[in-house]
Design a protein around this ligand. Structure first.
Ligand code: CP
Length: 312
């Protein structure tokens, strides 16, 4: 059984197979979908909120002819589910063919996989990992930058979160990648990720608390990957947030400093780090990423259930 729990489990070969299938799913989606998961049931088991990931997996299942059981507040909407987590997984896995799980605590996807009768897909476990979002990011880089090997990427904003963590584990599989981490000290990239990158010989620099905006910092890179700086980090309230966010926002000046061939990515949702003005910039591909996310999740479901479209 194939569980999708963390980025480290993928080899480059597996990533290439998944990306090839994703690109074929783009053609299948353009034709309206397929019926290869007709008799399969996906259980969406979410213990914390999600819009993009949940709908993306559910739409992917529906586009491949499958069905869905869904709860977006698993520990509130059922007295049964307030019991032991492992029992919940056993019960839900009796009723479904695959479980997509989001949980507020690190390690719960692995705990689920240890007792589940069906594949578990980690849709985010606390601050630890969000491997399918990182796969979307990686696929987008692969498509738009002409491959991941040799790419330079500026990661800006909240670098302590699960999306950046999962993406770093993936980037470490490629050759010649350089990363520039740009963040306030409150949200800087964690030591375990830095150690992992060092061990895998990934070159990176850290720019903490920069002053004067992003324009000098994003000039040379192929990818600007921005994540939301949550307002709750700022103990000084709205004034403190406003003062700080200008150093991490993709301003008009930063846009004009960036390479013409660069791309702007964001997992969404966004706040003031990504002003509306950048939406019309041809390098902004953060909405396109949602389309890739749907196709990628069609490929993931097909792979974990070992049921492939007949038209492939
Ligand atoms: N990008 C992302 O994970 O969004 P959701 O929290 O809405 O799933």
């Amino acid at each position: 059984m194939f569980h999708l729990l963390e980025s480290q489990q993928f080899t480059k070969k597996k990533l290439r197979e998944l990306f090839d299938l994703t690109s074929r799913m783009e053609s299948i989606l353009a034709r309206g979908g397929e019926e290869c998961l007709k008799d399969k049931i996906l259980a969406s088991l979410y213990f914390t909120p999600s819009l993009r990931t949940r709908f993306s997996f559910e739409a992917a299942m529906l586009r491949l002819g499958g069905s869905i059981l869904s709860t977006e507040a698993a520990d509130i909407f059922s007295s049964e589910l307030r019991g032991r987590f492992e029992d919940t997984i056993r019960v839900v896995s009796e009723m479904s063919d695959v479980i997509v799980l989001r949980h507020y605590e690190s390690g719960f996807a692995k705990r689920a996989a240890a007792v589940s009768y069906v594949p578990i897909i980690n849709a985010g476990d606390g601050p630890a990992q969000h491997p399918t979002q990182a796969l979307v990011d990686l696929y987008t880089i692969d498509r738009h930058v002409g491959g991941v090997d040799g790419c330079s990427i500026a990661m800006v904003g909240d670098l302590s979160g699960r999306t950046v963590r999962s993406l770093c584990y993936f980037l470490a599989k490629f050759h010649g990648v350089t990363i520039s981490f740009i963040s306030p000290d409150l949200t800087e990239v964690k030591d375990d990720i830095k150690e992992y990158l060092q061990r895998h010989k990934v070159r990176f620099t850290e720019i903490t608390n920069p002053k004067g905006g992003l324009e000098e910092l994003v000039k040379e890179v192929d990818v600007v990957h921005i994540t939301q700086l949550s307002k709750e980090y700022f103990t000084g309230g709205h004034k403190d947030y406003k003062k700080t966010i200008s150093n991490y926002a993709l301003s008009a000046k930063a846009l004009s400093a960036m390479k013409k061939s660069a791309v702007i990515m964001h997992p969404l949702p966004r706040a003031e780090e990504l002003p509306d003005e950048s939406d019309s910039d041809p390098r902004a591909i953060y909405f396109r990423q949602n389309h890739y996310g749907l196709c990628l999740r069609m490929a993931i479901l097909s792979t974990v259930l070992d049921c492939y479209p007949s038209s492939l």
